[in-house]
Write a protein that binds this ligand. Structure first.
Ligand SMILES: Nc1nc2c(c(=O)[nH]1)N[C@H]1C(S)=C(S)[C@@H](COP(=O)(O)O)O[C@H]1N2
Ligand SMILES: [Mo]
Length: 465
């Protein structure tokens, strides 16, 4: 469907609203059932006050349908039909007069629709194409999981649109029994559900100083869902690993050109069989009890609990079992910490989520009345469970917050502290998490060239009135 704007101007003398019958005819012409008969949709209509000018926003397969529909207006005045697009459409295309970019990897989600849906769901958009959006922190109010539509989105390429009917997951490489499985077969296997927090390794990148190139994540590139699927180990058991198998490479259906490599690459990541979280890996076909949306990896994605979410490959179509370390772009060129210590370049792969607390209440720069105030948030760590969250009010002593709900490995946990704020004026709230492996959040995380793993203690400035 294409979008059009219709502009109709009539003179004061021919204004249809002056005559009750012609006015009613106009309303009936614009009524939903009548509009549907013309095979178009009206998204909005408005008359400019005092100007006898009407605008319509219309969706139709072609302008012919629109012209046909607006023909009756021409008896009262002029009618113009303009091809149009949404703001998300032009932002995704990169300009008001550029077409949406295309690619050759098969069907993909319309970037305009994907972006519009994200805006309508209240996500904070950082880039329209490929679509990157973070979860709005004020939207986090209790409840362990995020509704799917409000779950942050991180995409490196066009979003592939796979269908469940034609979908296959193939498993090859160092296996005795190569497999090709459809969604129906995967759903017929032993399933598991796990509540898992995904956090982008770049979450908090904008808080590094000096600033770093890359997606401008604030605090919201993190969300939690209950994922359901087949344990990876179950599928690998069927495939029967050969003795020299060391690593598993997960391939996504998306791909394209990347910096420093001549050929197009797919989104691919690997995991060593000896990884301590290997047995927790899930081939997920459900997210909070529904199929994941296309943008979250429909119809199947890998979920790697505790790891930064770079490991949780979406649109998983192939698993290759290999004997060597994998050197794909997203394994070796990106998602590595790069520090410069004492003039020496040091590098390490990005792996587990660092311990971190996020304050969801109060909001930054909120004005709050004196007296009792709830401070709430979530905390998580990929290394182990959360041992404690401490809160400091107005740079005062650290006080232990109450941990809420159950401790679930791989998932964030809510905490709260009710505090008294007796003095009007500017104040602040800080929260610091520690995990059971004795990792504690640093005052300031170490700056690294690609801006990963920023788990610095958060400060929320507020004003007491
Ligand atoms: N196939 C594929 N999988 C992917 C990515 C991607 O671009 N393509 N991005 C990764 C990164 S960096 C993150 S943070 C998570 C984001 O998952 P979400 O969009 O469902 O929140 O997906 C990971 N899996
Ligand atoms: Mo990420």
């Amino acid at each position: 469907m294409a979008r059009f704007i219709v502009k109709h101007i009539h003179s004061a003398a021919t204004c249809p609203a002056q005559n009750p019958q012609r006015g009613a005819m106009l309303l009936n012409h614009l009524s939903r059932p009548n509009v549907a008969r013309f095979g178009i949709r009206i998204h909005g209509e408005a008359v400019v006050k005092g100007e006898h000018t009407l605008y319509l926003i219309v969706e139709a397969d072609d302008s012919g349908k629109v012209t046909e529909f607006v023909a009756p207006f021409s008896t009262a005045g002029s009618v113009d039909v303009y091809p149009a697009s949404t703001c998300s459409g032009v932002v995704a295309a990169g300009s008001c007069d550029a077409p949406l970019p295309t690619h050759d990897l098969g069907p993909s989600l319309n970037p305009e629709d994907a972006c519009q849906e994200a805006i309508d769901s209240g996500l904070v958009v950082h880039r329209a194409h490929p679509l990157n959006c973070e979860t709005s922190i004020p939207a986090l109010i209790g409840g362990v999981v995020m509704p799917n539509a409000r779950f942050y989105l991180r995409n490196h390429f066009h979003i592939p649109h796979l269908t469940a009917e034609s979908y296959r997951l193939t498993i090859g490489g160092l296996v005795a029994n190569p497999l090709s499985l459809g969604i129906h077969e995967l759903r017929g296997m032993r399933s598991e559900s796990r509540v898992v927090t995904l956090e982008c390794a770049g979450n908090g990148r904008t808080l590094f100083d000096p600033p770093i190139e890359g997606e401008k994540w604030d605090y919201g590139a993190v969300s939690t869902a209950e994922w359901t699927g087949v344990p990876l180990s179950e599928v690998l058991k069927l495939a029967v690993l050969k003795d020299n198998a060391r690593s598993v490479v997960f391939q996504g259906a998306d791909g394209g050109k990347v910096e420093g490599r001549s050929d197009s690459v797919n989104y691919e990541r690997s995991l060593k069989l000896e990884d301590r979280h290997f047995d927790e890996a899930l081939l997920a076909y459900a997210m909070n009890g529904e199929p994941p949306s296309i943008a979250h990896g429909y119809p199947l994605r890998l979920i790697m609990p505790n790891w930064y979410a770079v490991a949780s490959v979406k649109w998983l179509t192939h698993i290759e079992v290999v004997a060597n370390d994998f050197d794909g772009f997203f394994q070796t060129d990106r998602y590595r910490y790069r520090w410069n210590r004492g003039g020496k370049e040091l590098t390490e792969p990005v792996t587990l989520q660092k311990v971190r607390a996020l304050i969801t209440e109060p909001g930054a720069f909120e004005e709050l009345p004196r007296g009792r105030l709830a401070i709430r948030g979530v905390a998580w760590s990929g290394n182990s469970g959360i041992a404690q969250v401490s809160v400091s009010v107005g740079d005062g002593e650290w006080r232990p917050a109450r941990l809420l709900g159950e401790s679930r490995p791989g998932s964030w946990r809510w905490w709260e502290l009710i505090a008294d704020f007796n003095h009007p004026g500017p104040s602040s709230v800080r929260a610091r998490a520690a995990d059971l492996a004795r990792n504690i959040q640093p005052e300031r995380a170490e700056w690294n060239a690609l801006g990963y793993g920023n788990n610095s203690i958060q400060r929320v400035p507020i004003r007491i009135i």
